[in-house]
Design a protein around this ligand. Structure first.
Ligand code: F0G
Length: 378
C-alpha cells in the first residue's frame, strides 16, 4: 500500500501530446511558438463545437447564420485553456518553478489545472469576494495557493506584474504573449470549420486578451492562405465595467458578469486596433440584458453559459435593433452574414446568479396529487 501511495505522489513526466486531437499545440504546432524541445503540457483543450443556432439565425434574419463557439467545453470550462497549454509548456521549457496569475476566476482555474498537470506550484491572486464559486472551487481542487486581496482585479494584476519581476514566478496572465498565441487557435478552428472567416465575430471584452488573440489568429490564417476574408470584430463590455467603450479607466468596475469586471484592461491598445482595423465596434450591454441573454440561450438553444459569455448574445440582440445601437459601423447586419459568437465559459462556473431559484424551491408532499398540483402551478 505504502508503495502505491509513494508512486502516486511521484511527479509524472510532463505528458507529450502526440498529434491531432491531443490539444491545440499538437493540432496547430506550426503556428505556435514551440519547438521539438518544448515539453508539451496539455489536457486535450480546443476542438470545441461550433454550434449552429437556428433560433438566433431566425432572429437576425436576412439569410444570416449564427454559430456559437462553445468554449465552456474546454477541460477547465473556459477558453483560457487554449492559452494556458502554450504558456505553461513554455514556462516549463524555461525552467520555471512556479506559476502566478491574477484572475477574475477562469485564468486561475486554468493555471491551477495546468500547473498540477506539469507538476509545479501555482499561486493565484484574486479579488476577495468577487470570484464565482465554481471557479474558486477549481483553484482549490487543483491545489493552487489562493491569495485573496482586498482590492479588485486591476489591483491583483498590478501586484502580479511586480512579483513577476522576480525569478521565482512565471506570469501566465494574457500579458504573457504565449497565452495570446494559444488563444488564437480558436479562430483557426472556426475557419477550418466554416471554410473561411465569418463576416462578424462577437465576443465579451474584459482584459481584452481574447479579442487580440482572435484578431491575430484570423490575420495569420489569412496570410497563410487558409482563408480569404477577415471578420469585423465586435466586443461587448458590461455597462458598469466599460473602460474601452468610455475611453477611460473605471476605478470601481461593477457587474454581475464577474469574469469581465475589469476597469483597466491590459490589452486595451491591441483591442482598439483589432476593432479599428476590422471595422468592428466596442459596445456595452447592461447586467439585465446579460442575464436575460444568458437565460434565453439556455432555455432556447440548450447552451448554458456564464454571465460574461452571454454579453455577445445580448450584443447580437442589440445589433438587430439599429435604433438602439447607433455606434455600429453598419445600419443593418449585411445579408447572408455568417456570425460567430464566442461563448467563453460554462454556466456551471457561476451557480450564484441563479441562487434565488434554488432557495425558492419548496418541497411538496411525496404523493402524485401534490406533485401534479406543483407542475400545474409552475
Ligand atoms: N469571458 C470569460 C468567461 C472570462 O473569464 C474572461 C476573462 C473574458 C470573457 C474576457 O476575456 O479578458 O481576454 O477580454 N477572464 C479573465 C480571468 C480576466 O481572469 O479569468 P479577455
Amino acid at each position: 500500500m505504502r508503495d502505491l501511495f509513494d508512486r502516486m505522489n511521484e511527479p509524472a513526466e510532463v505528458n507529450v501530446a502526440p498529434d491531432r486531437g491531443r490539444g491545440v499545440i499538437a493540432r496547430y504546432r506550426t503556428f505556435l511558438p514551440v519547438s521539438e524541445s518544448t515539453p508539451i503540457v496539455s489536457l486535450g483543450e480546443g476542438g470545441t463545437p461550433l454550434i449552429f443556432s437556428p433560433r438566433l439565425s431566425a432572429i437576425v434574419g436576412r439569410g444570416c447564420e449564427v454559430y456559437l463557439k462553445y468554449e465552456g467545453l474546454n477541460p477547465t470550462g473556459s477558453f483560457k485553456d487554449r492559452g494556458m497549454t502554450v504558456a505553461v509548456s513554455k514556462a516549463i521549457e524555461r525552467g520555471a518553478a512556479a506559476l502566478i496569475c491574477a484572475s477574475t476566476g477562469n485564468t486561475s482555474a486554468s493555471a491551477a489545472a495546468y500547473a498540477a498537470r506539469a507538476g509545479i506550484r501555482c499561486v493565484v491572486v484574486l479579488p476577495a469576494g468577487k470570484i464565482a464559486s465554481g471557479k474558486l472551487v477549481q483553484a482549490f481542487a487543483y491545489g493552487a495557493k489562493v491569495v485573496a486581496i482586498d482590492g479588485n482585479f486591476d489591483d491583483a494584476l498590478r501586484i502580479v506584474r511586480e512579483l513577476g519581476q522576480r525569478d521565482d514566478f512565471a506570469i501566465v496572465n494574457s500579458i504573457n504573449p504565449d497565452r495570446i498565441a494559444g488563444q488564437k487557435t480558436a479562430a483557426f478552428e472556426i475557419v477550418d470549420e466554416l471554410g473561411d472567416a465569418p463576416e462578424l465575430h462577437l465576443l465579451p471584452l474584459g482584459n481584452a486578451g481574447n479579442i487580440t488573440a482572435y484578431w491575430a489568429g484570423y490575420r495569420e490564417y489569412r496570410d497563410a492562405g487558409k482563408s480569404r476574408t477577415l471578420p469585423a470584430m465586435l466586443g461587448f463590455q458590461a455597462a458598469g465595467a466599460a473602460p474601452i467603450f468610455h475611453g477611460r479607466v473605471v476605478e470601481q468596475p461593477e457587474t454581475i458578469a464577474s469574469a469581465i469586471r475589469i476597469g483597466n484592461p491590459a490589452s486595451w491598445e491591441a483591442a482598439k486596433e483589432a476593432v479599428r482595423d476590422s471595422h468592428g465596434v466596442v459596445d456595452i450591454v447592461t447586467d439585465t440584458e446579460i442575464l436575460e441573454a444568458q437565460y434565453w440561450l439556455a432555455t432556447h438553444e440548450g447552451v448554458f453559459v456564464e454571465p460574461a459569455s452571454a454579453a455577445p448574445i445580448a450584443g447580437l440582440f442589440k445589433c438587430c435593433e439599429p435604433a438602439r445601437a447607433p455606434a455600429y459601423p453598419f445600419t443593418k447586419i449585411p445579408e447572408a452574414s455568417r456570425i460567430v459568437c464566442t461563448v467563453t465559459g460554462h454556466g456551471l462556473k457561476d451557480p450564484d446568479v441563479m441562487a434565488d431559484r434554488l432557495t425558492t424551491l419548496n418541497a411538496v408532499a411525496p404523493n402524485e396529487q401534490e406533485v401534479l398540483r406543483a407542475i400545474e402551478e409552475s
